[in-house]
Design a protein around this ligand. Sequence first.
Ligand code: EPU
Length: 345
Amino acid sequence: MNCAKNAPAAPQPLSNLSLESRNTFGLPAIAELAYEITSPDQLPGLMAHTLSEGGAWQVLGGGSNVVLPNMLSGTTLLMNISGREIIDSNDQFIEVAVGAGENWHDFVAWTLEHYLPGLENLALIPGTVGAAPIQNIGAYGAEVADYLDSVEAFDCKEQAFVTLSKADCHFAYRDSYFKQNPGRFIVTKVVFSLPKAWVPRLTYVDLTKQFADNASASALEIFNGVCKIRQSKLPNPKVIGNAGSFFQNPIVDTTQYQNLLALHPNLASYPDTNGTRKLAAGWLVDQCGFKGYRAGPAGVYEKQALVIVNHGGATANDILQLANTIQEKVKECFGVELQIEPSVL
Ligand code: EPU
């Protein structure tokens, strides 16, 4: 009798796989060796082998927040673990477990189809569910951390599966324990906790404007509103390659903020935790005159200075050279360092 009949099939090695259609920048990357991961059970064996050889490895989800080199060496895990399931419900919360390979936006749409509001402000963010906790995706006044219960992951250091609670994840603006420990965790599943007592979040200025006459908007209306705003501001990667915001909004202390404000009364910024201030990187880049700027095949999106685009045929070098030009100019004009948001592999 074959006792192994429930074991997942070992993933097939894919050599010299083109990743051009698997990264939203449309960069011409080749993965030296790739595996499609459809079940967590495939990871212990595969990672034991990869780690024993001392080779580099990386996970590719939706490829929407990465700058890929022409040749991606080592092992690339194409995250494709699926599944969306309501796992628990009490008076206050409904818990939903989702496979890391699920598309983020499709999952948000699914929650609303199942009358589970909460994630609507995070509609249309590209990428996968597994990538969401890594950089704590956020938009329009919400962050994934606000709705997350726990994360299941394969810990390559311990070579074991672990469950990290929300507190274990050390979430901050575009940051997490996963990001602070690169090369350690492979997220396989995310459990969300959606509050039954739903309240609309309309404080972000674009939403306040859009819903000025409709303070009792439903979650579905907010979902549609967010989609509309994002479509009007951000380029569709299927039309023009990009990775969303290319720079993080820099956080400065009160003194630096006051000094900048005195020089630039229109400075766009948001209050941040502990009295610090988050500056709008898009505003800083825009003020330096970069909107619509082109440097060969790389450019700055004409409607949103925070987005670097591939006009066709760009490589990681073209994108990073343009990013460097922008960083230097912003530093020169405002004395502020811009950090790149996507992972540069
Ligand atoms: N601004 C300009 N010029 C520009 C772009 C922005 O002056 O070219 C000004 C705007 O007028 C506004 C301020 O900068 O006063 C902020 O702009 P916006 O509302 O477009 O948002 P953001 O702070 O630039 C952040 C996220 C986005 C997210 C939006 C909405 C970061 C780095 N970016 O952008 O996230 O969608 O808020 O919540 O935090 C992403 O991470 O890929 C992303 C798109």
